[in-house]
Design a protein around this ligand. Structure first.
Ligand SMILES: Cc1cc2nc3c(=O)[nH]c(=O)nc-3n(C[C@H](O)[C@H](O)[C@H](O)COP(=O)(O)O)c2cc1C
Length: 316
């Protein structure tokens, strides 16, 4: 079974990816959260650090670009090739309002003719193999047949499909039948992404390549467990947390570290049954001392949840 770690903007940065790889196995490639190049090809210092090849040395990490201008995409692909990357991923699935308002990400699925012109140029000129990460439509699943036919025309390096529309965002159930159709028809590799939160669910799809996002964010041992390795333990969860926290403290200002660790713990605490007072102390912590104390309490007072999986916010 081949498993990739999905890009999760605001979570799976270079530090996170390195610590994950040092602590757990089972992930063949890590897809980086998107960079959205401006015409000057300048980046925020965070984005710069994330795609810096020195930060990803020895890591199977794939950069992802969010862009609606083919010329800019090609410039970016050249830059990444010169930095030593061997693949670039194009984001055609991001549902965020700030992204789609600019006509990027999932919004590109709305206009198949424009998308075709964009992909014609990208695939005829890219200096690197281009993989795609897409949804199955914008407004409606009825758009799928046309999009499928469109994508089948290109030499896609790998097609990662999250079979929900933009409108569906993360709600409802992914249209797996669309994925099966794509996998049956495509002459290139197709990767399934969406709502695989337990090892048993991954095994049901084991004949396909899989990309896992929120499931791995909650259970960082999920990929290794799905492939017959060690399941998560409270000790490995704590080790992962402590390593991550130490690494962020080495490189980031304290305030930024606390903000990021709250984001990390939003997911990791779903893997444990944690008494309410410890959970509250964690939520309230704003300084490194408070945070370190609260995190220690969480790990010493919790037990591992019996059925570890991601639960969407509305259902918690
Ligand atoms: C917090 C968050 C950040 C995300 N950032 C990105 C991103 O930068 N690029 C991208 O292609 N998808 C991004 N996604 C989508 C995920 O990569 C993935 O497609 C989605 O979570 C469905 O997979 P899952 O059910 O395994 O989580 C993000 C999703 C979440 C929840």
């Amino acid at each position: 079974m081949r498993i990739y770690y999905a890009p999760l903007e605001g979570l799976t940065d270079a530090i996170y990816r390195r610590v994950h790889r040092a602590t757990f196995g089972g992930v063949e490639k890590y897809f980086m959260p998107f960079v959205s190049p401006s015409t000057s090809l300048s980046f925020t210092s965070r984005q710069q650090a994330d795609i810096d090849p020195r930060e990803n040395a020895g890591m199977p990490a794939v950069p992802q670009v969010l862009c609606k201008d083919a010329g800019l995409f090609l410039e970016m692909a050249k830059l990444l090739r010169d930095a030593g990357y061997t693949e670039v991923n194009l984001n055609l699935g991001c549902p965020s309002g700030t992204v789609t308002a600019k006509g990027k990400g999932a919004a590109m699925l709305k206009a198949p003719e424009t998308l075709s012109r964009f992909l014609d140029e990208v695939y005829s000129k890219s200096p690197l193999p281009v993989s795609l990460k897409t949804r199955c439509g914008y407004f409606s699943p009825d758009e799928w047949p046309r999009l499928l036919d469109l994508f089948l025309c290109y030499p896609i390096h790998e097609w990662i499909l999250h079979p929900r529309t933009w409108r569906e965002a993360y709600s409802g159930v992914p249209h797996r039948d669309f994925f099966f159709e794509a996998a049956a028809k495509a002459p290139f590799p197709v990767v399934y992404n969406g709502d695989l939160f337990r090892a048993s669910e991954c095994r049901e799809m084991e004949k396909f390549s899989l990309m896992l996002g929120r499931g791995l964010a909650v259970n960082p041992a999920l990929a290794q467990e799905a492939q017959g390795g060690e399941p998560l333990t409270l000790e490995s969860l704590r080790l992962f947390h402590d390593r991550l926290y130490r690494e962020y403290l080495k490189w980031w200002p304290e305030k930024a570290v606390i903000g990021r660790m709250h984001g990390v713990m939003y997911y990791l605490t779903q893997a444990v049954d944690c008494p309410a007072p410890a959970r509250r102390a964690l939520k309230k912590s704003t300084t490194v001392d408070e945070y370190a104390d609260a995190a220690r309490r969480v790990f010493s007072e919790s037990t591992l949840a019996r059925d570890i999986h991601f639960t969407p916010p509305g259902n918690r």
